[in-house]
Design a protein around this ligand. Structure first.
Ligand code: SF4
Ligand code: SF4
Length: 361
């Protein structure tokens, strides 16, 4: 892959990226030079193979659009990307030879990046005449680590929702959880990949939650860090899309925000180079990083029914508890919606989309 294809980062941008990565990993500012050294050290450039399975390539697009900090430049100048279907010029026999050579010469060293879910029915997705699931099993067996990038790869995502004709599965269901780091999101944030790779280089595997997600990224509830949280606590809610209150930072829970059910650092790291994120633009969080997404979080713009949690007094719980609740709720055909005691009285009766339509008729 030609270096000329990508712009070089200037030192200021580079240190900014290193500072962001250090903060995400939980290191102090004093560690920024160390992070910079790891990113810059050519001897630590790990080989990477990036496969596209059952996906829309949205995570690649998200990654390639990143510009401030310029994760693309950093990753592609400081990793040795051997195979990446949406980027590389190689095709046919040459591209298959690259896979074989990387497996032979870099066994135990390369990072396997998988975007997209894995069809388990033969013939639903192939590379070089072999089914995706065969290619995955073979290449993962010699990888140092496997990063499941995006919700499809991590949990099945949209291809895994009903009716799922290809019987797609997440990566960890094909190769086991041992080497897999899940970075869900629809799409995954470019900084999550950067942070995870740097953690792998500096410290090895990051600490994961029970869904295989790094706790440094997915350890906090969105609702806890949301800029509209004061409105939630005060009972100031947007009642419907188009209300001027959207622009006045009123809480979006009544128009379907799933922030109380969702765990990631979106409010802090944000998107588009740290400029904005879903809730800031008035769209509400749809819970795209969670294991039971999308089905347990639909309708996206409808408030999910409240659910009483025995012994659960407030909103603070970890992702594992929320996941269990959502899983159980999905199994019985309803969603979970955790509402703080302070706001509960102000939210009023919950109506589903169907009920609202009936009332209005
Ligand atoms: S419900 Fe959504 S908009 Fe309201 S405070 Fe929580 S995360 Fe923010
Ligand atoms: S705010 Fe919610 S919907 Fe938006 S990217 Fe983050 S987890 Fe996904």
């Amino acid at each position: 892959m030609s270096r000329d294809f990508f712009r070089e980062v200037n030192r200021r941008d580079f240190l900014k990226i290193c500072g962001g990565v250090a903060a995400a990993i939980g290191l102090s500012e004093a560690s920024v030079p160390e992070v910079a050294e790891v990113l810059a050290a050519s001897s630590k450039k790990p080989p990477v193979m990036w496969f596209e399975f059952g996906s829309c390539s949205g995570c690649s697009t998200s990654f390639l659009n990143a510009d401030a900090p310029n994760a693309v430049d950093v990753l592609l100048n400081h990793l040795s990307v051997r195979y990446a279907e949406v980027l590389m010029a190689a095709a046919g026999d040459l591209s298959e030879q690259i896979i074989a050579d990387t497996m032979k010469n870099e066994a135990g060293e390369y990072i396997l990046l998988v975007e997209g879910s894995v069809p388990t029915k033969p013939g639903y997705g192939m590379i070089g005449g072999r089914d995706f699931f065969e290619v995955l099993k073979e290449t993962a067996s010699k990888a140092k680590a496997v990063i499941a990038l995006g919700s499809c790869s991590a949990f099945g995502g949209i291809p895994g929702a009903k009716p799922n004709p290809a019987d797609v599965k997440p990566v960890s269901e094909i190769i086991g959880k041992e080497k897999v780091i899940n970075l869900p999101g629809c799409p995954s944030n470019p900084s999550w990949l950067l942070t995870t790779v740097v953690h792998l280089l500096m410290f090895g595997m990051p600490e994961l939650d029970s869904y295989g997600r790094p706790k440094m990224i997915y350890g906090q509830c969105i609702h806890d860090n949301c800029e509209r949280r004061a409105s939630f606590d005060e009972g100031n809610f947007v009642e419907q899309y188009g209300d001027e209150e959207i622009g006045r930072d009123y809480c979006l829970v009544k128009v379907g925000c799933k922030g109380p059910n969702t765990f990631s650092n979106c409010p802090q790291i944000r998107w588009n180079g740290g400029k904005s994120w879903c809730v800031a633009v008035g769209a509400g969080c749809i819970g795209c990083v969670e294991p039971s997404w999308p089905e347990a979080f639909m309708p996206f713009h409808d408030r999910l029914p409240d659910i009483a949690l025995p012994g659960y007094a407030g909103l603070r719980a970890d992702a594992d508890l929320i996941g269990t609740v959502l899983g159980a709720a999905t199994a019985i055909g309803i969603g979970a919606h955790l509402i703080g005691a302070a706001a509960k009285g102000k939210l009023g009766k919950h109506e589903t989309v169907d009920e609202k339509a009936k009332t209005e008729a």
